[in-house]
Design a protein around this ligand. Sequence first.
Ligand code: ZN
Length: 108
Amino acid sequence: MAVECERARALIDAYVDRELAVDVSAEMQQHIESCAACRRRYEGRRALSAICRNPGLYKAARRGLRRRIVEAIARVAARLAAAGAPAVAAMAAACIAARCWIGTTYCP
Ligand SMILES: [Zn+2]
């Protein structure tokens, strides 16, 4: 396996999820277009990603569970904020994301 393929293998999930910087993403696209093995791997991951995004696979959390999860995240974020932990901003973002995910995206 060429070094390029090793790197592509390491980055393939981030590429499928569009998490790479523009220059790295372009590098991945170029490699995938020129390498049959990595193209097959990419197509497999892309198909799996599409299956996982199927909303029919998800079941809405019950209202009580949803509330308890959001409250638990808020308690942890408050504890971190009180301690002056540097992760407070990340926790706040995670709390907001969790609230959005639980309350909006998959739980109409
Ligand atoms: Zn390759």
